[in-house]
Design a protein around this ligand. Sequence first.
Ligand code: SF4
Ligand code: F3S
Length: 103
Amino acid sequence: AIDPNFERTRERVDERDGVAVWGPVEPPEKRGIHGTHVAVDFDICLADGACLEDCPVDVFEWVDTPDHPESEIKAHPTYEDQCIDCMLCVDVCPVDAIDVDPS
Ligand code: SF4
Ligand code: F3S
């Protein structure tokens, strides 16, 4: 499961679509955690897609992660600022790749 303390245990190393990326990022195997309010551990996500289907405000978008051992696409929280903290994505992800921190 994603480490809910990632903001303390990891370093912010990059940004994508205005969304923070927390390292380590060493492609293709290590892709980091994407997002802060809505955080997805790209190394755990296996592209189940439930988060994209169920999020009522369409926070997530697929992005390509070629040659990652779990899956070649991941759910990136592009619109995390729209999140209404319903926690659906956290509940439906089969591998607990998502952490939502209500603000
Ligand atoms: Fe979407 Fe709800 Fe998850 Fe926020 S908590 S990203 S609104 S499904
Ligand atoms: Fe990935 Fe879990 Fe969504 S596996 S695609 S974060 S439901």
